[in-house]
Design a protein around this ligand. Structure first.
Ligand SMILES: [Zn+2]
Length: 242
Protein backbone atom coordinates (compact mmCIF):
# COMPACT_ATOMS: atom_id res chain seq x y z
CA UNK A 1 0.00 0.00 0.00
CA UNK A 2 0.94 3.63 -0.32
CA UNK A 3 2.05 5.45 2.81
CA UNK A 4 5.80 5.02 2.74
CA UNK A 5 6.72 8.50 1.57
CA UNK A 6 6.08 11.80 3.29
CA UNK A 7 2.75 13.51 2.69
CA UNK A 8 2.95 16.37 0.24
CA UNK A 9 1.46 19.44 1.94
CA UNK A 10 0.90 21.91 -0.85
CA UNK A 11 -0.33 24.85 1.27
CA UNK A 12 3.16 25.26 2.77
CA UNK A 13 4.65 26.14 -0.62
CA UNK A 14 1.69 27.68 -2.47
CA UNK A 15 -0.94 29.33 -0.30
CA UNK A 16 -3.02 30.26 -3.36
CA UNK A 17 -3.75 26.70 -4.45
CA UNK A 18 -7.44 25.88 -3.90
CA UNK A 19 -7.58 22.34 -5.24
CA UNK A 20 -5.34 19.36 -5.87
CA UNK A 21 -5.37 15.70 -6.81
CA UNK A 22 -4.19 13.04 -4.40
CA UNK A 23 -4.75 9.48 -3.26
CA UNK A 24 -6.33 8.16 -0.09
CA UNK A 25 -3.64 6.74 2.21
CA UNK A 26 -5.68 5.73 5.24
CA UNK A 27 -9.24 5.95 6.51
CA UNK A 28 -9.79 5.95 10.28
CA UNK A 29 -11.82 7.51 13.10
CA UNK A 30 -14.13 9.62 10.99
CA UNK A 31 -11.47 11.03 8.73
CA UNK A 32 -8.79 10.29 6.18
CA UNK A 33 -5.21 10.88 5.15
CA UNK A 34 -4.16 11.78 1.60
CA UNK A 35 -0.69 11.39 0.09
CA UNK A 36 -0.99 14.91 -1.34
CA UNK A 37 -3.25 17.61 0.02
CA UNK A 38 -4.16 21.24 -0.44
CA UNK A 39 -5.91 21.38 2.97
CA UNK A 40 -4.08 23.31 5.72
CA UNK A 41 -4.04 21.42 9.01
CA UNK A 42 -4.90 23.55 12.05
CA UNK A 43 -1.80 24.89 13.76
CA UNK A 44 0.05 28.02 14.90
CA UNK A 45 -3.26 29.73 15.70
CA UNK A 46 -4.59 29.24 12.17
CA UNK A 47 -7.78 27.15 11.80
CA UNK A 48 -7.83 24.04 9.62
CA UNK A 49 -9.36 24.13 6.15
CA UNK A 50 -12.83 22.89 5.32
CA UNK A 51 -13.99 21.77 1.85
CA UNK A 52 -14.93 18.78 -0.27
CA UNK A 53 -13.13 15.65 -1.41
CA UNK A 54 -14.57 14.00 -4.50
CA UNK A 55 -13.78 10.83 -6.43
CA UNK A 56 -15.25 8.72 -9.19
CA UNK A 57 -18.71 7.96 -7.83
CA UNK A 58 -18.82 10.07 -4.72
CA UNK A 59 -17.93 13.08 -2.64
CA UNK A 60 -17.53 13.88 1.02
CA UNK A 61 -17.58 17.07 3.02
CA UNK A 62 -14.51 17.86 5.12
CA UNK A 63 -15.45 19.86 8.23
CA UNK A 64 -11.95 20.41 9.63
CA UNK A 65 -8.31 19.53 9.02
CA UNK A 66 -6.20 18.78 12.07
CA UNK A 67 -2.71 17.44 12.70
CA UNK A 68 -2.57 13.91 14.04
CA UNK A 69 0.74 12.22 14.73
CA UNK A 70 2.31 14.97 12.69
CA UNK A 71 0.15 14.36 9.62
CA UNK A 72 -2.75 16.36 8.12
CA UNK A 73 -5.98 14.53 8.97
CA UNK A 74 -9.15 15.44 7.05
CA UNK A 75 -12.20 15.21 9.32
CA UNK A 76 -15.31 13.91 7.54
CA UNK A 77 -18.76 15.38 8.13
CA UNK A 78 -21.06 13.20 10.27
CA UNK A 79 -22.50 10.40 8.16
CA UNK A 80 -20.28 11.12 5.14
CA UNK A 81 -19.17 8.13 3.06
CA UNK A 82 -15.42 7.79 2.80
CA UNK A 83 -13.48 6.70 -0.27
CA UNK A 84 -11.40 3.52 0.22
CA UNK A 85 -7.62 3.60 0.64
CA UNK A 86 -5.93 3.88 -2.74
CA UNK A 87 -8.75 5.88 -4.34
CA UNK A 88 -7.64 8.87 -6.43
CA UNK A 89 -9.46 11.99 -5.24
CA UNK A 90 -9.70 15.71 -5.87
CA UNK A 91 -9.64 17.92 -2.80
CA UNK A 92 -11.13 21.40 -3.00
CA UNK A 93 -10.97 23.80 -0.07
CA UNK A 94 -13.49 26.50 0.81
CA UNK A 95 -11.35 29.16 -0.81
CA UNK A 96 -13.29 32.18 0.39
CA UNK A 97 -12.85 31.10 4.00
CA UNK A 98 -9.17 30.25 3.51
CA UNK A 99 -8.38 33.50 1.72
CA UNK A 100 -10.01 35.49 4.52
CA UNK A 101 -7.93 33.48 6.97
CA UNK A 102 -4.75 34.26 5.01
CA UNK A 103 -5.54 37.98 5.15
CA UNK A 104 -6.21 37.71 8.88
CA UNK A 105 -2.99 35.82 9.51
CA UNK A 106 -0.88 38.36 7.60
CA UNK A 107 -2.66 41.19 9.48
CA UNK A 108 -1.62 39.58 12.78
CA UNK A 109 2.02 39.34 11.75
CA UNK A 110 1.96 42.97 10.57
CA UNK A 111 0.40 43.94 13.91
CA UNK A 112 3.14 42.19 15.87
CA UNK A 113 5.75 43.87 13.65
CA UNK A 114 4.31 47.34 14.32
CA UNK A 115 3.95 46.77 18.07
CA UNK A 116 7.52 45.56 18.38
CA UNK A 117 9.03 48.25 16.16
CA UNK A 118 7.18 51.18 17.77
CA UNK A 119 6.60 49.98 21.35
CA UNK A 120 9.20 47.26 21.86
CA UNK A 121 6.62 44.73 23.06
CA UNK A 122 6.70 41.04 22.24
CA UNK A 123 3.77 38.77 21.50
CA UNK A 124 2.69 36.38 24.24
CA UNK A 125 -0.17 34.62 22.44
CA UNK A 126 -2.80 34.82 19.75
CA UNK A 127 -5.56 33.10 17.86
CA UNK A 128 -7.63 33.69 14.74
CA UNK A 129 -10.83 32.90 12.92
CA UNK A 130 -11.44 33.93 9.31
CA UNK A 131 -11.73 37.74 9.50
CA UNK A 132 -11.18 38.06 13.26
CA UNK A 133 -8.28 37.59 15.61
CA UNK A 134 -6.78 38.41 18.95
CA UNK A 135 -3.21 38.91 19.98
CA UNK A 136 -1.64 39.36 23.42
CA UNK A 137 1.38 41.56 24.05
CA UNK A 138 3.93 42.06 26.80
CA UNK A 139 2.75 45.64 27.43
CA UNK A 140 2.43 47.30 30.84
CA UNK A 141 -0.85 48.98 30.02
CA UNK A 142 -3.43 49.31 27.28
CA UNK A 143 -6.07 51.96 26.53
CA UNK A 144 -8.72 52.61 23.89
CA UNK A 145 -6.55 55.48 22.59
CA UNK A 146 -3.58 53.17 22.28
CA UNK A 147 -5.77 50.79 20.25
CA UNK A 148 -6.76 53.65 17.94
CA UNK A 149 -3.15 54.71 17.51
CA UNK A 150 -2.11 51.15 16.68
CA UNK A 151 -5.00 50.83 14.23
CA UNK A 152 -3.78 53.93 12.34
CA UNK A 153 -0.19 52.74 12.29
CA UNK A 154 -1.18 49.24 11.19
CA UNK A 155 -3.33 50.44 8.30
CA UNK A 156 -0.62 52.89 7.21
CA UNK A 157 1.81 50.01 6.99
CA UNK A 158 -0.59 47.62 5.26
CA UNK A 159 -1.30 50.10 2.48
CA UNK A 160 2.44 50.37 1.76
CA UNK A 161 2.19 46.95 0.12
CA UNK A 162 5.00 45.01 1.78
CA UNK A 163 5.62 41.74 -0.06
CA UNK A 164 5.47 38.57 2.02
CA UNK A 165 7.88 35.75 1.35
CA UNK A 166 8.19 32.17 2.51
CA UNK A 167 11.81 31.33 3.36
CA UNK A 168 13.31 28.05 4.55
CA UNK A 169 16.32 28.42 6.85
CA UNK A 170 18.67 25.98 8.51
CA UNK A 171 17.97 25.75 12.23
CA UNK A 172 21.38 27.04 13.36
CA UNK A 173 21.05 30.00 10.99
CA UNK A 174 17.53 30.78 12.29
CA UNK A 175 18.75 30.70 15.89
CA UNK A 176 21.12 33.61 15.11
CA UNK A 177 18.44 35.85 13.55
CA UNK A 178 17.35 38.54 16.03
CA UNK A 179 13.79 38.77 14.66
CA UNK A 180 13.35 35.04 14.87
CA UNK A 181 14.81 34.94 18.40
CA UNK A 182 12.29 37.60 19.44
CA UNK A 183 9.46 35.40 18.16
CA UNK A 184 10.80 32.40 20.09
CA UNK A 185 12.23 30.29 17.27
CA UNK A 186 14.11 28.39 20.01
CA UNK A 187 10.81 26.79 21.09
CA UNK A 188 10.55 24.84 17.82
CA UNK A 189 11.34 21.18 18.57
CA UNK A 190 14.99 20.32 18.04
CA UNK A 191 14.27 17.62 15.48
CA UNK A 192 13.05 20.32 13.07
CA UNK A 193 16.21 21.07 11.10
CA UNK A 194 14.68 23.37 8.50
CA UNK A 195 12.69 26.35 9.76
CA UNK A 196 9.92 27.87 7.68
CA UNK A 197 9.88 31.64 7.98
CA UNK A 198 7.26 34.19 6.90
CA UNK A 199 9.01 37.42 6.02
CA UNK A 200 6.86 40.52 5.56
CA UNK A 201 9.92 42.09 4.07
CA UNK A 202 10.91 45.13 6.13
CA UNK A 203 8.12 44.83 8.70
CA UNK A 204 8.04 41.45 10.43
CA UNK A 205 9.78 38.14 10.25
CA UNK A 206 8.87 35.01 12.18
CA UNK A 207 8.96 31.24 12.07
CA UNK A 208 5.50 30.13 11.00
CA UNK A 209 3.72 27.24 9.35
CA UNK A 210 0.67 29.19 8.17
CA UNK A 211 -0.66 30.56 4.90
CA UNK A 212 -0.32 34.25 4.03
CA UNK A 213 -1.30 36.69 1.29
CA UNK A 214 1.47 37.77 -1.09
CA UNK A 215 1.25 41.48 -0.26
CA UNK A 216 -0.04 43.42 2.73
CA UNK A 217 -2.20 45.36 0.25
CA UNK A 218 -4.41 42.29 -0.06
CA UNK A 219 -5.29 42.45 3.64
CA UNK A 220 -7.49 45.52 3.20
CA UNK A 221 -8.54 47.63 6.18
CA UNK A 222 -8.20 46.32 9.72
CA UNK A 223 -9.97 47.66 12.80
CA UNK A 224 -8.87 47.27 16.40
CA UNK A 225 -12.25 46.44 17.94
CA UNK A 226 -11.24 45.78 21.52
CA UNK A 227 -8.37 46.32 23.94
CA UNK A 228 -8.27 44.59 27.32
CA UNK A 229 -5.92 43.62 30.10
CA UNK A 230 -5.39 39.92 30.68
CA UNK A 231 -3.00 40.49 33.55
CA UNK A 232 0.38 42.02 34.23
CA UNK A 233 2.44 42.36 31.06
CA UNK A 234 -0.29 40.62 29.08
CA UNK A 235 -2.50 43.00 27.11
CA UNK A 236 -4.95 41.84 24.47
CA UNK A 237 -6.01 43.42 21.21
CA UNK A 238 -8.85 42.15 19.05
CA UNK A 239 -8.87 42.98 15.37
CA UNK A 240 -11.45 42.59 12.64
CA UNK A 241 -11.05 42.81 8.88
CA UNK A 242 -13.46 44.91 6.83
ZN1 LIG B 1 1.60 33.17 12.26
Amino acid sequence: MAGAGPIEELAARDAYLAEAEGNVLEVADGGLLLDRTVFYARGGGQPGDVGVISWDGGEAEIVDTIRREGRPFHVLADGATSPDPGTPVIGVIDWERRYRTMKTHTALHALSGVIFRDFGAKVTGGNMEPGEARMDFELDGITVEFGQQVERKLNDELTKGYPTEVIYMARDEALKDSDLIRTKVNLIPEWVSEIRVIDIVGLDRQADGGTHVASTLEVGRVRVVKTESKGKANKRMRIRLD
